[in-house]
Design a protein around this ligand. Structure first.
Ligand code: ADP
Ligand code: MG
Length: 319
């Protein structure tokens, strides 16, 4: 099968909302009135972001999910995406699995594939997503204020539990592993929550490299510090009750686990009821874990209200 047959077979569908889709030199989109276009791109590299043995349908899902997570963090609605694939060979079983996982999430999130590129080489997947957000309503990293509450969506650290099991550093019961593994392999982009937080959250970012690191981006951009209450953060590790993990390790997974694809966001205290309502409306668990203060960096606060020394760091490809 040649390059063009491959594209036609697995990655072409008639245009839906796009003016022009796969098959020409460019795709064409008409922006909706009153909206800004939002762009983001993310790559997945074999051996770095996924294991060679991963189920291709799950990889198709994850490649798009991590990109949609960036749109969610901006409060944007998905419109379209571009797919650049570098493949070692044409493996039809792999391609049909990958395409199935990709299309399922694309349909579910109403995001259409409008173009891309296909070349030969070591397996590498790059997706660029395009979304829309009403002018002036994008959620940024820079809007947080001293006194705001800090919240996170969903659960944190479970993907890291799965990674540690794969690495042979941790052994957990089979049912716990399968749940943790699905958190690692099938993240849920928090798109509905992102939309519900428009005009409500003062800042937001998605958590891909760990809570401490990604919240750190908000703190830097907004020039504030944060107090995070350990008693509120610890229960975010969903599989903790089924495991015999020392508290320090639980805390590390929650604060610096990585691969969570949840949102961390801030909102003024008078918006607490509205934030709860946004969580309910979007069917997403939302937990308040701390507050912003003057200064910089993250301070962990224990049950007695004392500051706790910590050295949690986020994942950095070049550190
Ligand atoms: P060009 O030579 O102009 O770069 P290509 O030959 O790379 O175009 O691609 C032909 C058409 O197929 C283009 O419309 C391109 O957007 C689309 N395309 C290529 N690879 C993919 C892919 N993996 N998924 C979706 N569309 C693709
Ligand atoms: Mg090309």
């Amino acid at each position: 099968m040649g390059e063009f047959d491959l594209i036609k077979r697995y990655f072409s569908r008639p245009a839906r909302r796009a003016v022009l889709s796969v098959g020409d030199d460019c795709a064409l989109l008409a922006p909706s009135p009153g909206q800004h276009l939002a762009f983001s791109t993310d790559s997945l590299v074999e051996g770095r972001h996924f294991l060679p043995t991963v189920n291709p349908a799950l990889l198709g899902h994850k490649a798009l999910a991590v990109n949609l997570s960036d749109l969610a963090a901006c409060g944007a609605t998905p419109r379209a995406f571009l797919l650049s694939l570098t493949l070692p060979r044409v493996d039809e079983a792999w391609l049909s699995g990958f395409a199935q996982g990709l299309w399922a999430l694309a349909d579910q999130s109403d995001c259409e594939l409008i173009g891309g590129d296909t070349t030969q080489g070591p397996l590498h997947i790059n997706i660029t997503v395009i979304g829309e957000v009403p002018r002036g309503l994008a959620l940024l990293r820079s809007g947080a204020q001293v006194g705001d509450d800090v919240y996170v969506s969903g659960t944190l650290g479970d993907a890291r539990v799965a990674l540690e099991v794969f690495r042979g550093h941790l052994s957990v019961p089979e049912n716990v592993f399968s749940q943790a593994r699905s958190r690692m392999e099938q993240p849920t982009p928090r798109l509905a929550l992102g939309v519900a937080l428009r005009g409500l959250a003062s800042s937001a970012v998605d958590i891909s490299d760990g809570l401490v690191g990604d919240l750190g981006h908000i703190l830097k951009a907004s020039q504030v510090g944060a107090d995070i209450e350990i008693v509120r953060a610890m229960p975010l590790l969903a599989c903790a009750p089924d495991l015999d993990l020392p508290p320090a390790q639980q805390l590390e997974f929650v604060l610096a686990g990585g691969d969570d694809y949840e949102l961390v966001f801030t909102a003024p205290p008078h918006q607490r009821d509205a934030v709860v309502a946004a969580g309910i409306d979007s069917d997403t668990r939302v937990t308040r874990i701390g507050t912003l203060r003057a200064g910089q960096g993250i301070q962990l606060i224990d049950e007695q209200g004392h500051a706790l020394a910590h050295q949690f760091k986020s994942f950095d490809h070049f550190a």
